[in-house]
Design a protein around this ligand. Structure first.
Ligand code: SER
Length: 892
């Protein structure tokens, strides 16, 4: 059975048992601050288990792409992967142990035909119920083991907080491991870890929730979360010990063999086999991560990706590959993953480019790292030991894996301080805690509003007004019956026309009118099924149960819609101009402007930005009518709708499209759509209402991520007015028509630079003639011409050229000049080389003189400068300088 046949068999089996098939969600979890990556099939269903949202069905099944970094060091052994697919069936408060255990058994032994004698079951210590159900399937008592949480029979939460529960696992027995003492005396079991057993199936009886403070609460219902590693089950089916030898991965591995020129033969050469496996695994994970919008960087998800990539390159290095190779393995990984992730094909060029650039970059650091290691080795010849700190710096700063440091060191008869390294790593982990789980900001409001169980209908797509009844009022975090004038609070209605913030679009503002009073809505938010209006009562009072009418602030809504529709047009224009690798990474849609974050590895040129803006405005002028459709997710995607990569899957989706075919312009009779996106936001009826879209800025916001800010409608008009006003002001100031401002500026710059040159020239000449006049005043001491005098200069800048000129004129000379520049003494001292050679240094003298005028300075023996505070003591300083010069000459 191939891996893909296994996928289909699994889904069919559970669909036949009433499960709704749900597509895999992104590797980047949607709106879940507790997780860096999707680590299990249940991640996208967490809100259902927690009772915060209603699931599309109570029985769900999926094949989820997962990414886990906990075992990255193990990658290369038989069965650890960072990227893998998890087969899952889930019950949201529906079936429980009685159904799920027999299904697992039937699927494994009946559908897949796995030998019953090879399966072992484990249950949580006190789970008699599960143990009995396994026994009823015919599993003999000696193969039903009771394991503790430490032995693996408690699952969750994923991250610091979340759903969890006791679990029951199935292990496959490959047969006794040679050399295992437990196998020899028949006492072996899965937890011994001798390699004999492979965990292939995990049933989580998900009934608890771990809170932020570590306490445990009970979930609203008892749920089932089943997870089975696709590649592991496939290895059993294909009777290969290593997941890398199952069909899809084996193809990628074959490409790695070709590219590196090494043969995969674990028995013959385990080192090479391990390297080839790691390269295979990391290349595949890279392709998937990039397709889900992760790009290499130095933090968070991007750092994890970078580390993986480096590990792959290092393994190549380790088996002697010195040329770039990763891109070609990545290419093969794409070829053999299209069954499960067809989108990889579309992103192929982009993914390959990322692999190529990163590999080249690391090749450079890898060589440098190895160079630094050589230096450490030279330094430590005495101890013959690499300190843990160096090993850590080589790894952490230069990306040199500790295994490589160890290998090189051992080859030279060195040992390494592994403990020191581990301690540094532990300290580092402590510093950067939260790679797997971010700090949790528990949103109390979400929990609170889930508890009130009010379902609010949003009826504001087509209408700005709605009538409804007040369902709930809160003041702070306390629910109240009435809110009086002046009081701030939250109002929940059964239906509202106010759009709750979502999909980047800000929440609406507006007003709620009751017979008894008026409430101004300052913001609207959604918590699960509940829409909450926050604001204050401005007249009378509003009470729970009151009949009210809601009115949305129309102008603000319309301006926001201009920016939302503008965002869609911009997104489409970016993709058609820069390429389809461009994906939305975040957005802000407000009444004032729009911000669109997207992935693109380099900064677009001025011309590109201009053609993007032109394309958008062409579509604005085409006045394309919008259409909004409700349809099945799969259908929307097959019609080419773009989904924001963090979008959560729902079975029915809303698709907003702007299709020329609905308009009157070119393309009116084709099926072409300029823009088609899954979107819950509020939009314009036709693109013409945007008026004009102007890109105000494009900037980098991190590796491979960019941000465009743009304005539309009245804001665009104001933007143009402001710019125009500025140009008019400049035209008036420069007394020239606007079009000639650049020429005028250029002419002024030329004029300025020629004037500056002339001025410098004049100054030079003035300095020279002043210096020449002074030269006659020099006295001769010991054959040296010494001049210590007060001078008058315009600025301190003139002192040095003056001293230089004097030295030149006087030949063998020592000069000290002090000037009063705007009440501050400024000093310069200069000595020709022969004078310095005779023991008279400009620095020494300048210090003496500067000390007297209350300042300090320094320089070289040939030239020193200083400033002071006390201009009244300049004469005294001059006298001291002369004396100091004489003393030093006499001392020789
Ligand atoms: N969540 C469980 C796991 O990851 C079962 O799906 O193993």
């Amino acid at each position: 059975m191939t891996v893909d046949e296994l996928r289909r068999a699994f889904l069919t089996y559970f669909e036949d048992r009433g499960h709704r098939r749900i597509p895999s969600s992104s590797l980047v979890p949607h709106g879940d601050p507790t997780l860096l990556f999707t680590t299990a099939g249940m991640v996208q269903f967490k809100p259902y288990f927690m009772g915060l949202e209603t699931p599309p069905a109570k029985r769900l099944t999926s094949i989820q792409r997962c990414f886990r970094t906990t075992d990255v060091e193990e990658v290369g052994d038989d069965n650890h992967l960072t990227l893998f697919e998890m087969l899952g069936n889930f019950s949201v408060g529906d079936y429980f142990k009685d159904e799920v255990i027999p299904w697992a058994w039937e699927f494994l032994t009946g559908v897949l035909g796995i030998e019953k004698d090879r399966l072992w079951a484990t249950v949580f210590t006190d789970d008699d119920e599960a143990a009995q159900i396994w026994a009823a399937q015919g599993v003999p008592p000696e193969r039903i083991l009771r394991y503790t949480a430490a032995q693996g029979n408690w699952w969750g939460p994923p991250g610091e907080t979340g759903p969890m529960g006791p679990c029951s696992e199935m292990h496959y027995d490959w047969g006794k491991t040679p050399g295992c003492a437990h196998c020899a005396d028949d006492s072996c079991h899965p937890d011994v870890g001798c390699g004999r057993f492979l965990e292939i199936w995990n049933l989580v009886f998900m009934t608890y929730y771990r809170e932020e403070d570590g306490s445990q609460t009970t979930l609203p219902a008892a749920n089932i979360d089943t997870g089975a590693g696709l590649e592991r089950v496939a290895s059993v089916m294909q009777n290969v010990r290593a997941v890398y030898e199952t069909d899809e991965l084996r193809h990628v591995l074959a490409a790695a063999e070709v590219v590196t020129g090494r043969t995969y033969d674990p028995a013959e050469n385990p080192e090479v086999a391990r390297a080839l496996r790691a390269i295979t695994e990391h290349a595949r994970a890279l392709a998937f991560l990039v397709t889900d919008g992760v790009l290499p960087s130095n933090e968070g998800r991007g750092y994890v990706l970078r580390r993986l990539l480096r590990r792959a390159v290092y393994f190549g290095h380790r088996i002697g590959v010195r040329e770039p190779f990763l891109e070609r393995v990545v290419d093969a990984a794409i070829d053999y993953s299209l069954n499960t992730r067809p989108e990889l094909a579309e992103q192929r060029d982009f993914i390959r480019r990322i692999a190529r650039l990163e590999e080249a970059r690391f090749q450079a650091t890898l060589d440098r790292g190895l160079g630094l290691l050589d230096e450490v080795i030279a330094r430590e010849q005495g101890t013959k030991r690499i300190p843990g700190r160096d090993m850590f710096v080589l790894y952490d700063t230069h990306g040199l894996p500790p295994e490589l440091t160890l290998e090189v060191a051992q080859g030279l008869g060195f040992t390494v301080d592994r403990e020191g390294f581990d301690a540094e790593m532990a300290a580092q982990r402590e510093r950067s805690k939260g790679e797997e789980s971010f700090a949790v900001e528990h949103d109390d409001r979400a929990i609170r509003y889930a508890a009130i169980e009010v379902h609010s209908d949003f009826v504001g797509y087509d209408a700005l007004d709605a009538r409804s009844t007040v369902a709930h009022i809160a003041s702070g975090d306390v629910s109240v019956a009435t809110l009086e004038a002046g009081a701030a609070g939250d109002i929940v209605l059964y239906a509202t026309s106010c759009y709750p913030e979502g999909g980047g679009q800000v929440g609406d503002r507006g007003e709620i009118f009751a017979a008894t009073g008026r409430f101004v809505v300052e913001d609207t938010q959604r918590y699960g099924e509940t829409i909450v209006h926050s604001g204050r009562v401005v007249e009378g009072s509003v009470a729970v149960g009151a009949e009210v009418s809601v009115r949305v602030d129309e102008e603000r809504r319309l301006d926001t819609a201009r920016n939302h529709t503008g965002t869609h047009l911009l997104h489409a224009a970016l993709r058609s101009t820069l390429g389809t690798h461009v994906r939305q990474a975040g957005s802000y849609v407000g009444p004032d402007r729009l911000r669109f974050d997207y992935t693109h590895p380099e900064s677009p040129s001025e011309e590109e930005l201009q053609s993007i803006q032109r394309l958008v405005n062409t579509k604005v002028r085409a006045d394309i009518a919008s259409a909004t459709l409700e349809l099945d997710y799969d259908e929307a995607i097959s019609r080419g709708a773009i989904a924001f990569f963090e979008d959560r899957y729902t079975s029915r989706v809303r698709m907003v499209e702007y299709c020329e075919s609905r308009g009157h312009g070119p393309g009116a009779h084709t099926d072409e759509c300029y823009s088609r996106e899954l979107c819950g936001g509020t939009h314009l009826q036709s693109t013409g209402q945007i008026g004009l879209l102007l890109i105000v800025s494009d900037s980098s916001i991190g590796a491979g991520m960019r941000r465009i800010e743009a304005v539309t409608g009245p804001s665009a008009e104001r933007f143009v007015e402001d710019r125009n006003g500025l140009v008019n002001t400049l035209a008036r100031r420069f007394r020239t028509p606007a079009a000639q401002i650049p020429d005028r500026i250029e002419a002024l710059e030329d004029q300025l630079s020629s004037l500056t040159k002339r001025l410098e020239d004049l100054e030079r000449r003035a300095t020279a003639s002043a210096a020449d006049a002074l030269a006659d005043r020099a006295e001769t001491i010991d054959g040296i011409r010494v001049l210590v005098t007060r001078v008058q200069v315009e600025s301190a800048d003139a002192l040095r050229p003056m001293a230089d000129r004097l030295c030149e004129r006087l030949g063998s000379a020592f000069v000290t000049l002090i000037a009063d520049v705007d009440g501050k003494p400024m000093l310069v001292c200069a000595a020709t080389d022969d004078v310095v050679a005779r023991g008279l240094s400009a620095v020494d003298v300048v210090k003496v003189a500067a000390g007297i005028v209350g300042g300090g300075g320094g320089g070289r023996p040939q030239l020193a400068q200083a400033g002071g505070r006390d201009a009244a003591r300049i004469d005294e300083a001059l006298a001291a300088a002369l004396q100091a010069a004489k003393d030093r000459l006499a001392a020789r």
